[in-house]
Ligand binder design. Structure first.
Ligand code: SF4
Length: 750
């Protein structure tokens, strides 16, 4: 990472939900290029992982798309075209499907990496211009189970209902199914500081990951049994008299049913289900219950299961029973994965939601949003299908698809089947920065701008809304996603309502979100520029003359004269009002003006349910959709490696990252390797009922002998998602990425 005295543009990494702060400055070594420079931002304090450090490489990648492509009848290949031709062709394709089969025959698929403005625009485009209910996004594959469990228990979903900086000051953290050391390395310091401060760390993961190595206690349950593990811990909490009866009585409902469910999961039974021993269970309860404050944090491990919502609910029940929610330095939180995974689910690209995290089925919400959009509430379609169900319907009753910011050929479960569904479409249009594996299948591909070439907002895993600023002129030939929506809307008969200026879109988003659960109405570009982030809900508009609001100067125009001074600033502690004294009183005071300060900590007074009480939800263990048997005797779990991000669309184009993580592998225990006769580095074939993947074996004792692990970032014969199971959680509609049954074969003849 470069250090420079030039005036870098303060912005944020384009990748994961940590949204690390960084600066971008002209790169003296590359004419017209950008270099990443350090900047003080409270979340990452200047630290970046390799993905963030190299993020500017994708801007000037030689495989960058810089002109639209249209598949020609003559050659059947994608050929260069003008923007007019490409947009006309998309409008014609979508119109024809709509005319022949009705609006719901047109699907829209978004992404958790799209900015808030794009997510908002895409949802509005689907419902107002296309009139289709068939819209969802790849964030459904990320944190939807945690979001559903959050809603069910607390009445509101914000990944972390407290800032990350609370983590080092709590007494114990149970980290369930998260490998922070690989997925968001700068966040590992929160756990390191926790332990330096005398706090304890329990990591739950079937693999002894680099994160698990940091733990005081590592529990390695069999994949798919996290729910039983949480129930077993709650059983012991009750049996050992460690419940917080005052908290349960004053601030929760539904305890008796949840308690009864836990008491049916006695420790010896849980040991048999999970493989975690009774002494380990007792030690976990002792570590978790001893301090005054404690947290449970989950990630994709427990969430990407066909019982993900109940699994997260079981961990929330543990938090509630011990009185560790709605209090400072305690609580349950989800470590959302995608860059705008949080904001992406708040502003209307989800099948069942309207902007402001409003429910699409709520008449008042429909009336409010329709009012902002200037349409009849009756004209808004109802909820559509979830992401996997939508992809599975392609070529069936969904004939055409517009896709932005997603690569389901790599990232969807049962990926070969989904690839086939995409191929069977009458018409597919994809907007992306490079020719992803999904874009390769399209009839029209639009080359669009990316992070540093455009301005927009994201919302990180803490619910902190951030401003990503344009720092470089995009290549000639590319356009923004907002331009695409504007032009397509006009071609489809809607001349107004789709501005290309992101701040104008954000102003409308503020009005649409006003009064909703995720209320952004008090947040402006100016505030984001000046305060370096504001936590939602932020319902109050700034007082007159305090910045923001219609008619104010653009925040970009109003950015500090000396961005370098801003980069060097220390924005965290006073702004969040996080002194120990304030926290001890359960209140956070802000040294702020009359503007609403934003809400770093939720639920301190009441939960967001109708009666203000958190809800216990009774849950019971159930088996994974596919358990091992004689034919498929091994469990497969999938995940990430530090040098790649999601489907790898961007990171596989970065030389340094590719060198560090050039391809997939199959991690397996020496006992299993010996059984199938494969040595470390030799190719191994993994077979499930959905297909076959081939990758080199990585033999290690850090994984259970009954389980293999594959990272899912690659296409081709090593595509892990060829193998994964599409069984869906009944509440969140999350597919079961984290567990299925496979068999292993030696690829080369013995
Ligand atoms: Fe930070 Fe995530 Fe970017 Fe790495 S990928 S620099 S952890 S935001």
């Amino acid at each position: 990472m470069h250090k420079t005295t030039a005036s870098p543009t303060p912005t944020h990494c384009p990748y994961c939900a940590l949204q690390c702060g960084m600066g971008l400055a002209p790169d003296p070594g590359r004419d017209g290029g950008l270099a990443v420079v350090e900047r003080a931002f409270p979340v990452n304090r200047g630290a970046l992982c390799g993905k963030g450090r190299t993020a500017t490489e994708v801007l000037s990648s030689r495989v960058r798309l810089t002109e639209p492509l249209i598949r020609t009848h003559a050659t059947g290949k994608l050929e260069p075209a003008t923007w007019e031709e490409a947009l006309d062709r998309i409008a014609e394709g979508l119109s024809r499907t709509r005319a022949e089969h009705g609006p719901d025959a047109v699907g829209v698929f978004g992404g958790g990496g799209l900015t808030n403005e794009k997510a908002y625009g895409l949802g509005k485009f689907a419902r107002v211009v296309l009139g289709t209910s068939q819209i969802d996004y790849n964030g459904r594959f990320c944190m939807s189970s945690a979001a559903a469990a959050h809603q069910r228990a607390f009445g509101l979903d914000r990944g972390l209902p407290f800032p990350l900086e609370d983590i080092p000051r709590t007494g114990c953290v149970i980290l369930v199914g998260s490998n922070l050391a690989e997925t968001m390395p700068p966040a590992l310091r929160y756990l390191t500081e926790l332990r330096e401060n005398g706090g304890r760390l329990i990591v739950v993961d079937p693999r002894r990951t680099r994160t698990a190595e940091q733990a005081d206690l590592h529990l390695a349950p069999r994949p798919g049994t996290d729910l039983a593990l949480a129930l077993g811990l709650l059983h012991l909490v009750v049996a050992e008299g460690r419940t917080d009866e005052a908290f349960i009585g004053e601030r929760t409902s539904g305890w008796e049913e949840a308690r009864a469910g836990a008491m049916a999961h006695w420790p010896e039974l849980v040991e048999r289900i999970t493989g975690v021993s009774v002494p380990e269970l007792r030690e976990a309860v002792r570590l978790f219950c001893a301090p005054e404050h404690a947290m449970v944090l989950t990630a994709r491990g427990p969430e990407q299961q066909s019982k993900g919502t109940d699994t997260v609910g079981a961990w929330i029940n543990l938090v509630l029973a011990t009185g560790r929610a709605g209090r400072p330095l305690s609580g349950y939180g989800c470590l959302t994965g995608q860059g705008n995974g949080q904001g992406g689910r708040e502003h209307g690209q989800k099948a069942d939601q309207l902007p402001g995290y409003r429910k699409l089925t709520d008449p008042a919400a429909r009336a409010h949003v329709a009012g902002v959009w200037g349409v009849d509430p009756e004209s808004l379609p109802g909820p559509g299908r979830s992401a996997y169900e939508l992809l599975d319907a392609l070529g069936g009753d969904v004939k055409s698809l517009l896709l932005m910011g997603s690569n389901p050929v790599v990232s969807a479960p049962r990926a070969a089947h989904i690839e086939g569904r995409l191929r069977s479409l009458d018409f597919l249009a994809v907007a992306d920065v490079v020719l992803s594996e999904t874009a390769e299948l399209a009839d029209v591909v639009l080359p669009v701008t990316q992070w540093a070439e455009e301005t927009g907002t994201t919302t990180n895993l803490e619910g902190r809304v951030l401003l990503r600023r344009r720092a470089i002129t995009p290549p000639a030939g590319v356009r923004t996603d907002l331009f695409v929506l504007h032009e397509l809307a006009a071609r489809l008969g809607v001349e107004k309502g789709f501005p290309t200026d992101p701040e104008e879109v954000f102003e409308e988003l503020r009005r649409a979100s006003a009064g909703g659960p995720a209320d952004y109405s008090g947040i402006t570009y100016r505030r984001l520029a000046e305060e370096d982030g504001v936590f939602w809900p932020c319902p109050a508009e700034a007082a007159s003359g305090d910045g923001g609001g219609d008619g104010e100067d653009s925040a970009l125009d109003a950015a500090p004269d000396d961005p370098a001074a801003e980069l060097a600033g220390e924005p965290s502690a006073e702004r969040l009002g996080n002194s120990a004294a304030e926290l001890a009183g359960g209140r956070v005071e802000f040294a702020s003006t009359s503007a609403h300060p934003g809400t770093p900590r939720l639920f301190l007074d009441r939960f967001a349910t109708e009666d203000g009480r958190a809800r216990f939800v009774p849950v019971t263990h159930r088996a994974a959709a596919e358990e091992p048997d004689a034919e498929y005797p091994v469990l497969l779990t999938t995940g990430r490696v530090v040098a790649q991000y999601q489907s790898g669309t961007q990171t596989r184009r970065v030389a340094e990252l590719n060198a560090a993580a050039p391809g997939p592998f199959v991690e397996l225990h020496p006992q299993l390797a010996e059984r199938i006769g494969v040595a470390d580095g030799e190719e191994v074939t993994v077979v499930s009922r959905r297909g076959t993947a081939v990758a080199p074996a990585k033999v290690t004792r850090s994984i259970r002998p009954d389980t293999v692990f594959m990272p899912f970032h690659w296409a081709g014969e090593g595509r892990a998602n060829t193998l994964t199971h599409p069984a869906l959680d009944p509440v969140s509609r999350m597919p079961e990425f984290k567990v299925c049954a496979v068999r292993l074969e030696r690829t080369a003849p013995a």
